[in-house]
Write a protein that binds this ligand. Structure first.
Ligand SMILES: Cc1ncc(COP(=O)(O)O)c(C=O)c1O
Length: 419
């Protein structure tokens, strides 16, 4: 039944009789970015006060579609599989943080990797990938893309001669590196990888998930595309899954936009909004993660039951010089083995109380993981061994708790031999 005007509450009348806002300029919202520092950009880049209410946070535009003014005339958004204002605000911010112009966000990190591959590869193409990468990346290349005629060669991209040989022996569409690599923390020299890739006519893709632009700047080292699982440090609170592809190249960006729409892999507005909130403290969190991880790594290195420890912020790390040159600090991840091999490692992971045994990294809470049975279970054992992912390897993603509490927890867990 149609309501008579006198029955309509006053605030609704006011709202409906107010002037309609001018067209919403979401597209040009990146203000003079070059004038601001990282922490300022993390808070402000890409945000526009809501034109209807002035709300300081970008609203969650939970809508499937957008009313068009006339056929062929819209405000830049038509359907939320193609683009959504909340997701676009996150894209503007992430692009600004990596220091370039373009970004597309996805439902997960692996959706971003899938879109990357579908945008750039066709049957018969070949790519070169770091030997130690996230297990899901290996599974995507070997079990999903290989049947479609894409070849992925996994090589030790930390070794210059191996890298040069791999890129020179066959035509290569792109070189995909993850540095530090998950979970061995092996580093690839990004500037060198870019030179070698470009000489071979290949693109360089860098998975910057483990350090984020707060600690590592791949575009300043000539990378072509940066990939993120925003699930990790970018959102940072164990609240979402998401991914991003970032580039300074408009043509590559257009391909990603097309692929994302064609396969339907865009992120939803609510996780994008949560990520917009999480990323505000990225600089502060990454600095604290690194400080805490350095304390915990020093403790573990001096513990008599720890037989092997890898942390890029320690002088004992085999690629410490490269870490110093390429990253601002060591990051949050530590990989180690304990005396007694696999069983002792599993006992440790079952004995922690404050650290959570879980399959994520990069959150405010400290997480402990057994890569061989959890994150890298789908990587064939022989390939795991070649990449240095031993069965006894423990991965610790050091969170934002007081490091003294983390050390006490690890100390009690390392001391237990009874179960
Ligand atoms: C380095 C890295 N890249 C990509 C991914 C995939 O991201 P997601 O789990 O968001 O799909 C992960 C997941 O652990 C990762 O660690």
């Amino acid at each position: 039944m149609k309501q008579h005007p006198s029955d309509i509450p006053r605030e609704v009348m006011m709202a409906t009789t107010q002037e309609k806002p001018e067209s919403i300029e979401f597209r040009d919202a990146n203000f003079e970015l070059e004038n601001y520092c990282f922490d300022t950009l993390a808070l402000h880049a890409g945000a526009v006060a809501d034109p209807t209410t002035g709300a300081i946070l970008t609203p969650i535009y939970q809508t499937t579609t957008f009313r068009q003014e006339a056929v062929g005339s819209d405000k830049g958004f038509t359907y939320s599989r193609s683009a959504n204002p909340t997701v676009s605000a996150l894209e503007r911010r992430l692009a600004a943080l990596e220091g370039v112009e373009f970004c597309t966000c996805y439902g997960t990190g692996l959706a971003a990797t899938t879109a990357l591959c579908l945008a750039l590869l066709k049957a018969g193409d070949r790519v070169v990938v770091s030997q130690a990468v996230y297990g899901g990346t290996v599974r995507l290349f070997q079990q999903v893309l290989a049947p479609f005629g894409v070849t992925a060669d996994f090589v030790d991209t930390a070794d210059e001669s191996v890298l040069r040989k791999a890129l020179s022996e066959k035509p290569t569409r792109f070189l995909f590196v993850e540095t530090p690599a998950n979970p061995t923390l092996k580093l690839t020299d990004i500037a060198l990888a870019a030179r070698v890739a470009h000489e071979a006519g290949a693109l360089l893709i860098v998975d910057n998930t483990l350090l984020t632009p707060a600690l590592q700047r791949p575009f300043e080292l000539q990378a072509d595309v940066v990939l993120h699982s925003t699930t990790k440090f970018i959102e940072g609170h164990n609240a979402t899954v998401g991914g991003a592809l970032i580039t300074s190249d408009r043509e590559l960006h257009d391909r990603f936009v097309f692929a994302r729409n064609a396969i339907g892999a865009i992120q939803s507005p609510f996780p994008a909004w949560l990520t917009l909130q999480g990323v505000k403290t990225l600089g502060l969190r990454m600095a604290q993660h690194s400080e805490n991880a350095l304390c915990v790594a020093r403790f573990l290195e001096s513990h008599p039951r720890v037989t092997r420890l890898l942390y890029p912020g320690l002088e004992s790390f085999p690629q410490f010089e490269l870490a110093r040159r390429q990253q601002t600090s060591g990051g949050a991840l530590i990989a180690f083995e304990v005396e007694g091999g696999v069983e002792a490692g599993i006992r440790l992971m079952n004995s922690v109380r404050l650290c959570a045994l879980a399959e994520n990294l990069g959150s405010a809470e400290t997480l402990i993981t057994h890569p061989a049975s959890m994150t890298h279970a789908d990587v064939p054992a022989i390939q795991r061994q070649a990449a240095g992912i031993t069965d006894g390897l423990v991965r610790l993603s050091v969170g934002l708790e007081d490091p003294l509490d983390l050390i006490s927890d690890l100390e009690q867990a390392l001391g237990r031999k009874d179960h």
